[in-house]
Write a protein that binds this ligand. Sequence first.
Ligand code: PAF
Length: 279
Amino acid sequence: MQIFEKKSALILCLSLLKEKNKQIGFVPTMGVLHKGHQSLVEKSIANNHFTVVSIFINPTQFNKEEDLKKYPKTLEADLELLKNTGCDAVFIPSVDEIYKQNVVAKSYVFGGIENQMEGAFRPGHFDGVATIVHAFFDIIKPNNAYFGEKDFQQLQVVKKLAEIKNLPVNVIGCPIFREKDGLAMSSRNVRLTSKQRAEVPFIYQTLKETVRLAKTTSIKELYAFVEKEFAKTALDLEYFTIAEETSLEEISTINFNRKNRAFIAVNAGSIRLIDNLAI
Ligand code: PAF
């Protein structure tokens, strides 16, 4: 497995492969890799000649300094996992290598899908995500790029980015990986105390229950149900939204002929967790 810190070296390596018509797969990450990431890397390896994984904690997508500072790092274990999975190359640039002296996000318009949920509660977040993903797509020029559905809104934003900027990449969404008790795998989970860890499976349980109730209950009642359930816990519900999958527009009645999804964000102390489930 080759490790690159400089984009020029990575670009050179990839240009040799592209001359031979090799397909490049790309998995962007911020490290602290878990089985969910591993499944993306495995999918890329299975469907491309060469797989690049980036590990880069992107400062411009954090709207809280505290969150950025506390973002966990496990580089050695990450490299071990990637090597054992059969990854071909890892790109670990410095902040300087990517942003030079100008550590700011560019501004993007995605037709409204960027404004609700994560966009509303984390102002500037998707500009930061789009800035870094766009930069990586420009450097790597992958044929296929893989994103987990846990960050479902991010996945739709990246699809839109590829569409509006005419980028020749297939953006592929991959299912959420869950712990045995249903908790969606996330790099942030390692920060949970054992008490919080015991409580957070409630997020998925509640999502599952709302999907079951959605068959017979109005959306208004579902929202009230979720609020009432979380009020009984130490978890702080940030939002619960039922939206149409592509437009991400909040819906007021469920039309089972369309694809709808329940989205949730919850704070366990200072640790912010998100999840979603198709209805
Ligand atoms: O999902 C993530 O880990 C990040 O948002 C991403 C896509 C790697 C961009 O920094």
